[in-house]
Write a protein that binds this ligand. Structure first.
Ligand SMILES: [Fe+2]
Length: 260
């Protein structure tokens, strides 16, 4: 089985990655994978804080393998320095044997499903962030990474089982009333092409801190919920409303919120 969840944003949300959060009888085993759809955020401080290091050790010790795409709030200096290996048909960054970064523009075969992966998004809060300390220009894929994605999709005839991204095409942003708030993200512009052209069974994305389903279940936005990827259904969900973090919006808390 493959399970998917949305942004963890480092130690703020990484405690969600725990066996207790799954319904009774549905705890993933060593055969299973849990994918965080970007803004994993646990590779953030350099050197890592004690909490980050202990969370990474705890997640490594979970029964399953944890995979993550990159989002926009990541320390790309650390992500790009991870040792690289070939796994599941493409290059991955290895944090530890069972904690692995899926890289942009690749098609991986995960449990016999062809999955196109493209992380990254534009940060709406970058004006308040410091380049190289809390914001990295690599949040937007390079032209090479965008091209790699097109080449990888060409190779499979633009047909995959799943598309895994951090953000969403513009049509989905608009459907969530975030079209103006998140306008002008070059990653969404790129994803528009996939949305129009690619054939896929399901598209999963994070970034918005809410659980929503569009296109008769084919497009699934995952916040703090957990989706069983094969069925495309939420095992755990905060419902069709913003997550707790978003509900704190406007209260002055510097917490991740929708589109962070
Ligand atoms: Fe994000």
């Amino acid at each position: 089985m493959i399970y998917l969840t949305g942004d963890t944003h480092g130690v703020l949300g990484s405690r969600r990655l725990t066996a207790d959060r799954f319904p009774p009888g549905r705890t993933p085993t060593e055969e299973d994978m849990v994918i965080v759809l970007g803004d994993f955020g646990l590779l953030w401080s350099d050197p890592p804080t004690d909490r980050e290091a202990s969370e990474l050790r705890r997640i490594e010790s979970l029964p399953w393998t944890t995979l993550f795409l990159d989002g926009n709030h990541e320390n790309f200096t650390l992500l790009n320095a991870l040792p690289e290996e070939d796994r599941w048909g493409g290059p991955v960054g290895v944090v530890s044997p069972h904690v692995v970064h899926l890289k942009r523009g690749n098609v991986y075969t995960l449990q016999e499903r062809r999955c196109f992966v493209l992380g990254g998004a534009a940060s709406v809060d970058k004006a308040w962030r410091v380049p190289g300390e809390s914001w990295w220009r690599e949040e937007i894929p390079s032209l090479e990474e965008f091209d790699r994605g097109r080449v990888a999709l060409e190779r499979v005839g633009w047909s995959v089982d799943w598309i895994l991204t951090h953000t969403a095409p513009n049509a989905v942003l608009q459907a969530m009333d975030l079209g103006k708030y998140l306008a002008g993200d070059p990653v969404s512009d790129y994803l528009d092409e996939l949305y129009a052209r690619a054939t896929y069974d399901r598209w999963y994305c994070g970034h918005f801190h809410r659980d929503r389903v569009f296109d008769d279940g084919r497009f699934v936005v995952v916040g703090e919920g957990i989706v069983e990827g094969g069925a495309g259904t939420f095992l755990v969900s905060d419902g069709d409303r913003p997550g707790l973090c978003d509900r704190l919006r406007g209260m002055g808390a510097r917490r991740p919120r929708e589109g962070d």
